[in-house]
Design a protein around this ligand. Sequence first.
Ligand SMILES: Cc1ncc(COP(=O)(O)O)c(C=O)c1O
Length: 463
Amino acid sequence: MLPFISYIQGRLTIDGVGAESLAASFGTPLYVYSANAVRERFAQLQAAFAPLRPTICYAIKANSNIHLCRLLASLGAGMDVVSGGELERAWLSGVPMSNVVFAGTGKAESEILAALVGSKSPLVGTLPVTIAPPDNRGPVGWFNVESEQELERIARIAQTQGVVARCALRVNPDVDAKTHKFTTTGKHENKFGVPIERAVAIFERFRDHRSVFLRGLHCHLGSPIATPTPYVEGLRALTALMDRLETQKIPIQSLNIGGGFGVDYGNNAVEPIESFAHAINPLLADRVERGLRVIIEPGRWIIANAGVLLTRIQYIKDAGTASDANAEMTRTFAICDAGVHTLIRPALYNAHHTIWPAITTPELALNSLTPDAHISPTELLAYDVVGPICESTDFLAKARLMPKLSQGDLLAVFSAGAYGMSMASTYNDHPKPAEVMVDSQRVIRIRARQTAFSLIADELAPG
Ligand SMILES: Cc1ncc(COP(=O)(O)O)c(C=O)c1O
């Protein structure tokens, strides 16, 4: 648990505000973020990697709420974007575009143009008048290029526009990040980047190109990664490649080592960020002294533990005793108003989130994300925490031990700040939840709850 999200006298508080009062004011399901937790995480990251003086490009995909992006921009973050939509968010959040990196395997022509010269495609629409757009709209700092054909496309567009595109080639070093196979991105069989053997030829081909400045390297191995070992393995391959390119008079100016740093979800042993930095910093410190710019692009590590999803139990249903592969077990369903549509990670990756009643007794309150650390299992019952969606994949947890639950209880789903709201859907026509940010006891609604009619509005638009 982070200090800003904790139980006081058995009641969950976020930055000093009670979870129950937030749920009463804004309804459920509700995403709540602690601004101070975000600040603290960002500062910790900066401190850990200080010897490398990295540009920290927040991976917007983890949580793209514009207010969180603005908070991070105000702390000095750059942004990692993967679409034209995220590009617009980065711009609106006020980061200098030179601190934006543009990744993504399938960049469309219009997205490349927008990232190069700021032109808007019809997909962007018109800006709501309530937002004052920043003035600056220069080109992005670096394109993280995923394939040779993409580089050719960027080159052609840059030539037509009479500009130079700064590009980093994403290499795929065939390193196993030892994470879920759906979130592994640095193995040969994954669609990301180009193999190291191919990279040299691509650098040579574009060495003197007039419209492409190919002097960066990028690599992202997957997410979440629990130990520094895959980074070290990946960096050995990358630094060897840099040395080889140097001998061919192609000096690399910028090295982006990706994101993916694992966080504590309550079930997994993850090394602290200082361990990652301790292993990575010595591999690059000399090069930084010689002028290399290092970029990191974490999303989850900054925002996951700074967010909580609050959900209200609608029904408790006892399903009797069922035969499991191992034993007979009693199933009790806690049917909530959040589910796979609000937080897809459990269904998609079998991911674990600690879930606990927001109001409990001081003895049963959590003081870490691992409840069994101090609470005797005899005081707990097993629940399947499920949602209202018509799918059997609609679950937040299975056979989870919790204090006895009742209809109307408020549950807190912890570590839900990353890949929660940004992956939420409106399946079954459930409008998306509201989001609030609590900043030193000040509560700011940063997203209104969607309405059912707004889901139908686009279908009724004239045309
Ligand atoms: C290229 C790239 N960079 C950074 C990230 C961010 O990962 P994380 O949020 O785990 O730090 C991702 C996640 O998918 C990614 O694909």
